[in-house]
Design a protein around this ligand. Structure first.
Ligand code: FES
Ligand code: FES
Length: 158
C-alpha cells in the first residue's frame, strides 16, 4: 500500500494542506489535487517547459519537482500572476498585445518563464531573449511574437 505524506504548500500566497504520495510531482499536485490547471503538462520529462512555475521566485519545471520538495517554499503559478483585482501582469498584457500565442497550451509556461527571464536580466536583446526562452517549446510557432512580447514587457517593467 502506498504511503502518503502530509504537507503544506504555499501556492500564490495561500497555504494548502495536502496528503499525497511522496512521488507526486508539483505539476500533478497543482493540476489534479488543487484544481490549478493553468500549469500544463506537455511532456512530463523536462523537455517542453509547459509546466514552468516559480519556486521562491525562480523558474522551475514542475514536472521534475516533487511536491514535497516545494514544502516550505513559495510557489507561484500563472493563476497568481495578475493582481487581485484582475489586472494583468505586464507580461500577460504584452502577450495579448503582441499576439504571442495561438492554441495557448505553451502560454502559461512561456509567461512564467518570461517573467523570470526579465527578472534575471536576460531580456537585453532579441537574441538574448531567444536564448533564455529556448526552454519553452511552442508548436504553434509563435516564437517571433513571443520575443516581441518579452521585449515589450521588459521595457514596460524597466
Ligand atoms: S511538462 Fe514539464 S517540461 Fe514538459
Ligand atoms: S501557442 Fe500553441 S504551442 Fe505555443
Amino acid at each position: 500500500m502506498a504511503t502518503t505524506q502530509s504537507m503544506e504548500l504555499s501556492i500564490n500566497g495561500r497555504l494548502h494542506a495536502l496528503t499525497l504520495e511522496p512521488r507526486v510531482t508539483l505539476l500533478d499536485a497543482l493540476r489534479e489535487h488543487l484544481g490549478l490547471t493553468g500549469t500544463k503538462k506537455g511532456c512530463d520529462q523536462g523537455q517542453c517547459g509547459a509546466c514552468t512555475v516559480h519556486v521562491d521566485g525562480e523558474r522551475v519545471l514542475s514536472c521534475l519537482t516533487l511536491a514535497v520538495q516545494a514544502e516550505g517554499r513559495s510557489v507561484e503559478t500563472i493563476e497568481g500572476l495578475g493582481g487581485e483585482d484582475g489586472t494583468l501582469h505586464a507580461v500577460q498584457q504584452a502577450f495579448l498585445d503582441a499576439d504571442a500565442f495561438q492554441c495557448g497550451y505553451c502560454t502559461p509556461g512561456q509567461i512564467m518563464s518570461a517573467v523570470a527571464c526579465i527578472r534575471e536580466g536576460h531580456a537585453g536583446s532579441d537574441d538574448e531573449i531567444r536564448e533564455f526562452m529556448a526552454g519553452n517549446l511552442c508548436r504553434c510557432g509563435a516564437y517571433p511574437n513571443i520575443v516581441t512580447a518579452v521585449r515589450q514587457a521588459a521595457e514596460a517593467l524597466a
